[in-house]
Design a protein around this ligand. Structure first.
Ligand code: ATP
Length: 137
């Protein structure tokens, strides 16, 4: 598929990085098909990250992801999922390549500035979590 889903996470919105991150995403060739500035409740954050419910960091993840505003977006580009994960870099910013979004803007493995879907199937599921049919084109 040619679509992926992203969130700019609460650490990055709080630090004022939203504009700079969106700028890099667009300059990398992604076009925005839907976007919203919103905030997750702890319950919603838990549902979004349901797959991690049994992991030791789940409580921390839910608390963090509901701690402030996020920007959710559906992005389009050829090879979107893989190219976007390359653009954001490794989950742990200490291991992220120079020039990646996480290398520049992430503070730690938990507070890592951005999310990017890990498969075409999850990109669809995650986009549907945030956007109705009327909100995407
Ligand atoms: P994302 O799904 O947000 O793009 P990812 O696919 O790179 O991240 P996952 O392993 O799926 O990483 O973990 C999902 C999210 O859970 C991470 O982005 C991070 O915010 C958080 N997380 C992962 N590992 C840890 C950890 N060891 N401690 C705290 N939080 C973590």
């Amino acid at each position: 598929s040619n679509r992926t889903f992203t969130m700019i996470k609460p650490d990055a919105t709080a630090k004022g990085y939203t504009g700079a991150i969106l700028d890099q995403i667009i300059k990398a060739g992604f076009s925005v098909k839907a976007m919203k500035w919103t905030r997750l409740t702890p319950e919603q954050a838990g549902l979004f990250y349901d797959i991690h419910r049994e992991r030791p960091f789940f409580g921390e993840l839910v608390e963090f992801m509901s701690s402030g505003p996020i920007v959710a977006a559906i992005l389009e580009k050829e090879n979107a999922v893989a190219d976007f994960r390359k653009l954001i870099g490794a989950t742990n910013p200490a291991q992220a390549e120079e020039g990646t979004i996480r290398k520049q803007f992430a503070a730690s493995v938990g507070e890592n500035a951005v999310h990017g879907s890990d498969s075409d199937e999850n990109a669809m599921i995650e986009g549907d979590f945030f956007f109705s049919k009327l909100e995407r084109f």
